[in-house]
Ligand binder design. Structure first.
Ligand code: RTP
Ligand code: MG
Length: 140
């Protein structure tokens, strides 16, 4: 498998509990390298654009409220098969279904406040990275 990039967000429920370093430790232990990282306060416009695919879902308003409720850490991760590798280490969307040792099993509070985002395809990873990073802010 080739070296890939994926996009990650450490969500407000995790930054609020000061878990950035703890999440990053799990990411790095999984063999992924954090090659870009920035802490930001997302605007509603940014969150709405980011989650546009979910705009018809009943939880969309709640999701935008949550993602703008506090700072997030946006990241570019790189590694072997990074998109799937990160989805695996994140665990299931609902922490009740997540495997032992995954970020969501360890830290997520609920299906909504689930500590991290990770891209679901290489194509979406490229789109999401472009939304938050310029190449000058990434060093692999
Ligand atoms: P993500 O996009 O954040 O990496 O999470 P995911 O692929 O595992 O889940 P997805 O289906 O894409 O949903 C995006 C985010 O919406 C929130 N959500 N809330 N209340 C609910 O039933 C519900 N379902 C999803 C979660 O924050 C989820 O990560
Ligand atoms: Mg998703």
């Amino acid at each position: 498998m080739a070296i890939q990039r994926t996009f990650s967000i450490i969500k407000p429920d995790a930054t609020e509990r000061n878990l950035t370093g703890a999440v990053n430790a799990v990411i790095e232990k999984a063999g992924l390298r954090i090659i870009g990282q920035r802490r930001i306060q997302m605007t509603r416009a940014q969150a709405e654009r980011f989650y546009d695919v979910h705009k018809e879902r009943p939880f969309f308003g709640e999701l935008v409220d949550f993602m703008t409720s506090g700072p997030v850490v946006v990241q570019v991760l790189e590694g072997e098969n990074a998109v799937k590798a990160y989805r695996d280490v994140m665990g299931a969307t609902n922490p009740a279904d997540a495997e032992e040792g995954t970020i969501r099993k360890l830290y997520a509070k609920s299906i909504g406040e689930n500590s991290v985002h990770g891209s679901d395809s290489e194509e979406n990873a490229a789109i999401e990275i472009r939304q938050f990073f310029s190449e000058a802010d990434i060093a692999g």
